[in-house]
Write a protein that binds this ligand. Structure first.
Ligand code: MLC
Length: 292
C-alpha cells in the first residue's frame, strides 16, 4: 500500500509539473485552485484526469488493435450483458444531463446571470458544484468509446470522437479547478441540454437494434441532432468572440481555449455531417459515382 502511495505521489509530482509548465509556456497562465471545489474528489491536481485520459487512450488503441488483429466484425446479436450495459449507461447519462442542464439554468437565474459576459464568483457554490459535476461526467462519458470497442463498431471510433472525449475532459478539469462558474455556465448548460437528446438517441438506437426499418423510422432525427450539435458549437464560438470583444470578466485564457476549441469541433463535425448525411444519401452516392 505504501509503495502504491509513493508511486502515485511521484507520478502526481511529475504530471503536475508538466501540466503547469505547459500552461505557463503555451498560454502564459498560472492556475490557482478555487475554494469552491477544493478538496472534492479528483480535482486538486491534474493527475487523475491525465491518468484517466492515458488509460482511456490505451484502451481505445488496444481495443482497435485487438479488433483488427482478430478480424472481428460487429455481431448480429449482441450478448445480453453488453445490451444491458449500453441501455443503463445511456439512461444514466440522459438523467444526469437533464439534472445538470436544469440545475445550471436554475442557478444562473437565481444568481441573475446575463446570457454572456458573466464573472465567476466565490459565493456561488451551488453553481460551482454543478460545474464540478459536469467535469465528473466526462469520466462517465469515456464509457461511450468503451461501448464502441465492445460492440466492435470501428466505424464509430473516429478521430473526431476520440479527440473530443479526451480533450474535453482536460478542459473541464481546468475550468472546475480554476473558475467553476461565470461564463462556463453557458457551455455546461447548453452541452448538457444537447446531451439529453444525444443519449436519448443512443438509447433508442440500442433498443431498436435488429430492426433496421423501425430504427430508421424512429431515428430519422439523427441528422437534426448533428445540426443541433453544430449549432451549439456555433453559439459557443459566438460567445467566445463576444467575451473577447467586451473583455468579459472571466479568465481570458479560458475564453481563448473556448474560441479555438469550438472552431476545431465545427470543422470536424462539418466533415462528419457531409460524410454521414450528404455523401451517403442516394443523391450524394449518385454524384460521387458520376464523378468517378
Ligand atoms: C447522431 C450522433 C449523436 C451519433 O452519430 P453516430 O454515427 O455515432 O451514431 P449511430 O447512428 O451510428 O448510432 C447508433 C449506434 O451507436 C450505438 N450506441 C448506443 N449507445 C452508445 C453510446 N453511449 N456511445 C456510443 N455508441 C452508442 C448504438 O448501439 C448503435 O450501434 P449499432 O449501429 O451497432 O447498433 C451524431 O450527431 C454525432 O455526435 N456524431 C459524432 C460522433 C460522436 O462520437 N459523437 C458523440 C461525441 S461528440 C459530442 O458529444 C459532442 C457534443 O458534446 O455535443
Amino acid at each position: 500500500m505504501e509503495m502504491v502511495e509513493g508511486a502515485w505521489k511521484a507520478v502526481d509530482m511529475r504530471v503536475t509539473q508538466l501540466v503547469w509548465s505547459l500552461l505557463r509556456n503555451v498560454m502564459g497562465v498560472e492556475l490557482t485552485g478555487t475554494p469552491t471545489t477544493k478538496g472534492l474528489p479528483l480535482i486538486d491536481s491534474p493527475t487523475p484526469i491525465v491518468v484517466a485520459i492515458t488509460i482511456y487512450l490505451s484502451c481505445v488503441i488496444g481495443g482497435l488493435l485487438w479488433i483488427k488483429a482478430s478480424n472481428l466484425k460487429p455481431r448480429a446479436q449482441e450478448p445480453a450483458l453488453l445490451q444491458a450495459l449500453v441501455l443503463l449507461h445511456n439512461l444514466f447519462c440522459f438523467g444526469l444531463s437533464l439534472y445538470m442542464c436544469i440545475g445550471i439554468i436554475y442557478q444562473a437565474i437565481l444568481n441573475r446571470y446575463t446570457l454572456w459576459g458573466n464573472s465567476y464568483k466565490l459565493e456561488q457554490t451551488e453553481m460551482a458544484i454543478l460545474v464540478y459535476m459536469f467535469y465528473m461526467s466526462k469520466y462517465v462519458e469515456f464509457m461511450d468509446t468503451i461501448i464502441m470497442v465492445l460492440k466492435r463498431n470501428t466505424r464509430q471510433i473516429t478521430f473526431l470522437h476520440v479527440y473530443h472525449h479526451s480533450s474535453i475532459a482536460l478542459i473541464w478539469w481546468i475550468i472546475a479547478y480554476h473558475a467553476p462558474g461565470g461564463e462556463a455556465y453557458f457551455s455546461a448548460a447548453l452541452n448538457s441540454g444537447v446531451h439529453v437528446f444525444m443519449y436519448l438517441y443512443y438509447f433508442l438506437a440500442a433498443v431498436l437494434r435488429g430492426n433496421e426499418k423501425v430504427r430508421r423510422k424512429y431515428l430519422f432525427w439523427g441528422r437534426y441532432l448533428t445540426q443541433l450539435q453544430m449549432f451549439q458549437f456555433g453559439l459557443n464560438l459566438l460567445q467566445a468572440y463576444y467575451d473577447r470583444k467586451v473583455h468579459a470578466p472571466y479568465p481570458p485564457f479560458l475564453i481563448t481555449i473556448l474560441f479555438y476549441y469550438m472552431i476545431s469541433l465545427l470543422v470536424l463535425f462539418a466533415n462528419f455531417y457531409v460524410h454521414k448525411y450528404v455523401m451517403s444519401s442516394p443523391k450524394g452516392k449518385q454524384k460521387t459515382s458520376k464523378a468517378e
